[in-house]
Write a protein that binds this ligand. Sequence first.
Ligand SMILES: [Zn+2]
Length: 175
Amino acid sequence: MHDTKRWNPANIKKHEATDESDSYKNALSYKDMSICKKCHNIYHNKRWVHDEALYNSMLKNKEEINYVICPACLKIETKFYNGVVELSGSFLFEHKDDILNLIKNTVERADYIDPLEKIENIEEDDEKKIITIYTTSEDLAQRIGKNIEKAYNGDIEYSFSERELLLRVYWKRDL
Ligand SMILES: [Zn+2]
């Protein structure tokens, strides 16, 4: 691709909730204490938080709750993604459960840091022996790749498209 360059993970820029480059975070303005009806993220003090205790107390105490769809769930709904991780190689399907667990743990950790970082979809191609993970953020795709490489070695490659704000991560390991 024309504007895709070899990408150094050390140069990743951190996206703030107000980052102008992410139109999904800017296209809609949210009222304070809006709740995402899909994932229960709460918009509070100009950022999204995931806080079950706050959510439950809002259900109890607020007469009228402003339900919205958060930017992450909007991406999932519209199948717009900022990260793709493609896993391949003969090692993969022999350790599939462990690797999928590792991915899940990576997301749970990411949920704690930024509730807008979600996995949108995991596609398993049993014939080609490829697993593809789509994420709402390039940071999350990067972390998934890093964690898999850390745990299982293998070969990893990153390619980032500035124009599309899309990070593609390729990981491969043969036995
Ligand atoms: Zn949501």
